[in-house]
Write a protein that binds this ligand. Structure first.
Ligand SMILES: Cc1cc2nc3c(=O)[nH]c(=O)nc-3n(C[C@H](O)[C@H](O)[C@H](O)COP(=O)(O)OP(=O)(O)OC[C@H]3O[C@@H](n4cnc5c(N)ncnc54)[C@H](O)[C@@H]3O)c2cc1C
Length: 337
């Protein structure tokens, strides 16, 4: 059984199954509503049921008072539709609308994805979730005031664990620790979400340019956008040095079954058995698109790749306001920005 949900004041619409919460259904339809705990405890997702019938679910009475209920309020992270609904809610459309928070977290899992790439999965305390837009990043905070930035790789709908892809910078203060001393159950402190690198509303084809662990935010963006499928075409160009550096490649390979997704891996130092494209990844895009006037580009990776892509793509007609990038500056540069 599915129900038709209309949001006020935006007019956005989506369908919700009887067994999914209204928040889950909205996120799956690429509609971002504010939320915190996803557990009926924090009240961040409170909305007003203008018409229709909901099952309020397992909310906490201190968060949804009798007066709230009498006024037609519901917590969208616990409420289920029982009829077609009209809801009055605040929607999150820009990154700044999700306020960054500082939270403790525990390293739940670590996996070496490539010789110099470690995946970390972080668990937040019970009743806490980190809301973010796909593409944004978080900072690790340290006692001496240092911060280290990493892009969120998980789909925001699957936020029970936060996934990060960390490249080892030899001699780097933090990443050296990740590859030598860090272990499961270590406690860390994070602050986020941050950044304005997220998908804009547009019908234009989106070219996603990832260098190395620049794949992390692309994974978050694509796993969310292809699932929501708003009819937009996505092309992921992922550049790495060797085949071993294309970690988790089965993900984009499987997404190729989607009619509106193409994946082009590009190696700068391929061995002779590599059947695919080689060279600089942003130049592969230029070879495929002699004009870039009709697309948007989202680029993420090392600063030299971002700088070269911006310069060369604008020369091929890409409008300046159609180039979005997160440059993996290291911290001294980043903190000075
Ligand atoms: C918004 C943002 C998002 C990011 N997301 C990711 C991500 O998802 N995955 C990821 O692997 N990295 C990401 N980075 C880069 C990451 O933050 C740095 O690599 C990391 O902070 C290095 O920390 P460190 O303490 O090990 O090195 P530091 O001790 O800070 O640096 C030691 C020296 O290493 C060099 N160095 C440091 N970082 C880099 C680098 N990235 N490239 C080249 N040289 C460097 C510099 O010479 C520096 O002086 C991101 C950066 C930003 C700004």
């Amino acid at each position: 059984m599915t129900y038709h949900i209309t949001l006020q004041p935006s007019g956005h619409q989506f369908t919700a199954g009887a067994n999914e919460t209204l928040l889950e259904a909205a996120l799956a339809a690429d509609i971002h509503l504010p939320y915190g705990c996803r557990n009926g405890a924090c009240g961040a997702c409170k909305g007003h049921v203008v018409s229709g019938e909901v099952d309020l679910g397992a909310y906490q009475p201190s968060t949804l008072s009798e007066a709230d209920r009498a006024a037609g309020q519901a917590l969208l992270c616990t409420a289920h539709a029982r009829s077609d609904l009209t809801l009055k809610v605040r929607e999150v459309s820009r990154a700044g609308e999700v306020a960054p928070r500082t939270l403790p977290c525990r390293v739940e899992r670590m996996e070496r994805l490539a010789p110099d790439v470690m995946a970390l999965w972080l668990k937040l305390p019970a009743n806490e979730r980190l809301q973010f837009l796909p593409g944004q990043y978080l900072d690790f905070l340290f006692k001496d005031g240092r911060r280290r930035s990493f892009s969120l790789a998980n789909n925001p709908e699957h936020d029970a664990l936060i996934e990060l892809h960390i490249r080892h910078v030899p001699g780097g203060w933090f990443t050296d620790q990740v590859f030598s001393a860090m272990k499961v159950k270590d406690i860390m402190r994070i602050n986020g979400p941050h950044g304005s690198f997220f998908l804009r509303d547009s019908d234009k084809p989106a070219i996603l340019l990832a260098g190395g662990t620049g794949y992390a935010p692309m994974k978050s963006i694509l796993s969310h956008a292809l699932h929501a499928d708003a009819g937009r075409h996505f092309i992921l160009y992922w550049g790495a040095r060797t085949r071993a550096d294309l970690y988790q490649i089965d993900g984009p390979q499987q997404w190729q079954a989607h009619p509106r997704f193409d994946f082009i891996p590009v190696l700068s130092e391929p061995d002779t058995a590599w059947p695919g494209r080689s060279g600089l990844v942003h130049q592969a895009i230029m070879a495929d698109f002699p004009s870039l006037s009709g697309v948007e580009v989202y680029a993420c990776g090392a600063p030299p790749m971002i700088d070269a892509a911006r310069r060369d793509f604008l020369a091929l007609g890409l409008p300046e306001d159609a180039f979005y990038a997160d440059s993996f500056n290291y911290q001294e540069t980043h903190e000075a920005r």
